[in-house]
Design a protein around this ligand. Structure first.
Ligand SMILES: *Cc1c(COP(=O)(O)O)cnc(C)c1O
Length: 494
């Protein structure tokens, strides 16, 4: 069935503002009776009685915010194939564990002997992440992937300086990399040098070799890459960097394709950050809390941030600050502990075999969709993919004047969160699809059918796609103004 312009509904009404719902005298609160003497130390001058606060009953406030929340697209409500973000199911058992009083209420300043359980959680997670990645040690401190990158790169800098190797200032970053990679190099005072990708989506080895010299700090490599491709000449890439005295940084934000299959430490990486809020199932999005632990080999271990969680000879867990060559502290206290508890639960619930099955299923699901969509849109690279694949909407743009942004907006009408678009930058009109392991075949088939319908609409009724979404409260937002000049206070700008 193809939609025509006549089918287009006029759209839903936006939710009224709280101020519009306000009725003078409607009680919005019920304070308990005072059980202490009443005092008025403020003297009135700090009270702003003229503030136009809305007056709305409690039930209406709840309905207002519930309606707004229901308009969100979330992993719990819709298919959410946001490439490289691994929007996967967050099992509720993770939440149950993170909310146990002993975990939720532990205080970071408690003496070690009263926080043995919490330290054990951290120690076991450090060990498990080292086992999964093949490295010898892990820090759990970084708050997110980007901070993990900063941590890893600061350790690489410390490693070179410790050896008296002071001329190194170039960080090589493939052109398919996430934007945080060059940003990280810049934050460490280094120069980032883009490395081209070849026709198969691999690092261009000749270009890489031509940039390698005694000024290179190292290479930041995402494998599988953000194109969803496994680097085909990985040993040559990593050994070329090592031969020049550089280190290989692994961007493991997304490990969803390789758990139990490949250990990055065994294929030439020196360190790797891992996004627990992607691979290890923590709710994320909109900049919510995350964790970006970094695993390292013996070369970088002395430089780990303090404290590291240690198990002493007597079996007690302790925070180790006695690390003279440490790069110091990256984050207040010990990282986002609740996220760490969720990740440990997730790993333990799966076990080694379960993690491997998870990755195999994620790869299978992505390839299934890739094949179903290969004739509807152009494939950026004709190769078996890993956890994600990249389509290009260039045909739709050139032949029918429909942009990838339009296709993404049209998906909203079908109740599907759009894939990542316009990234990686090296693919024209990129559409990056990551279904994850959790989706049923029925969901994957439905998504493929919708994408194929949209591809047909691009040919038959491009205006429908160009003007989408038609069934959402808001359509095309001024995203630049929203990002640059957000209105974060009520009732708006002064
Ligand atoms: C998500 C991602 C990052 C950044 O992680 P944050 O937690 O958002 O800082 C870095 N690299 C890649 C490849 C990613 O997908």
């Amino acid at each position: 069935m193809t939609t025509t312009a006549d089918d287009i509904a006029t759209g839903l009404q936006p939710e009224p503002l709280l101020s519009e719902l306000s009725r003078a005298g409607a009680p919005g609160h019920q304070l308990p009776r005072l059980d202490v003497p009443e005092v008025d130390d403020l003297g009135g001058q700090l009270l702003r009685v003229e503030l136009p606060l809305p007056e709305i009953g409690e039930l209406d406030v709840i309905r207002h915010f519930t309606h707004l929340a229901q308009r969100n697209f979330s992993i719990d409500s819709v298919f959410y194939p946001l490439g490289s973000c691994t929007m996967k199911y967050n099992p509720r058992i993770n939440e149950d564990v993170a909310h146990l009083p002993g975990i939720a209420h532990v205080h970071p300043l408690q003496p070690d002997e009263t926080a043995q359980g919490a330290l054990r959680i951290m120690f076991e997670l450090q060990e498990l992440l080292a086992e999964i990645t093949g490295f010898s040690a892990t820090t759990l401190q970084p708050a997110a992937g980007a901070q993990g990158e900063l941590t890893g790169m600061l350790m690489m800098r410390a490693y070179h300086l410790d050896r008296g190797d002071t001329a190194r200032h170039k960080v090589l970053v493939p052109d398919s990399a996430h934007g945080t990679n060059p940003a990280t190099a810049a934050m460490c005072g280094f120069e980032s040098v883009p490395i081209a990708s070849d026709a198969n989506g691999n690092v261009d080895l000749d270009h890489l070799r031509s940039e390698l010299d005694e000024t290179v700090v190292g290479l930041m490599l995402t494998n599988p890459s953000t194109l969803g491709l496994f680097e085909q000449r990985l040993p040559e890439v990593t050994s070329a960097v090592h031969a020049a005295g550089g280190l290989v940084y692994g961007d493991g934000a997304n490990l969803n394709a390789i758990l139990g299959v490949v250990k990055p430490a065994e294929v030439g990486f020196d360190c790797l950050h891992i996004n627990l809020h992607k691979t290890f199932s923590t709710p994320h999005g909109s900049g919510g809390p995350g964790a970006g632990p970094v695993a390292v080999n013996a070369k970088l271990e002395p430089f780990l941030p303090v404290p590291v969680v240690d198990r002493r000879a007597d079996g007690q867990y302790a925070l180790d600050y006695e690390r003279p060559r440490s790069i110091g502290r990256l984050k207040g206290f010990h990282g986002h502990f609740g996220i760490l508890a969720r990740a440990l639960t997730y790993i333990r619930m799966h076990g080694a075999d379960g993690l491997r099955t998870l990755s195999e299923t994620a790869v299978l699901n992505a390839n299934y969709l890739r094949v179903l969509l290969a004739d509807a849109f152009d494939l950026a690279y004709e190769r078996t993919c890993m956890h994600e694949f990249v389509l290009s909407g260039r045909r739709q743009k050139l032949e029918y004047g429909v942009k990838t942004l339009d296709v993404a907006k049209r998906l909203l009408d079908f109740g599907i969160h759009p894939p990542t678009i316009y990234f990686p930058l090296i693919v024209d009109e990129a559409i990056m699809v990551e279904p994850t392991e959790g989706e049923s075949r029925a969901t994957l088939d439905h998504f493929a059918a919708v994408m194929r319908q949209i591809a047909r609409e691009c040919e038959d009724s491009p205006e429908v796609v160009r003007t989408a979404p038609h069934h959402q409260v808001v359509g095309r937002l001024d995203e630049v103004t929203a990002a640059r000049k957000p209105i974060l206070r009520w009732p708006g700008r002064d």
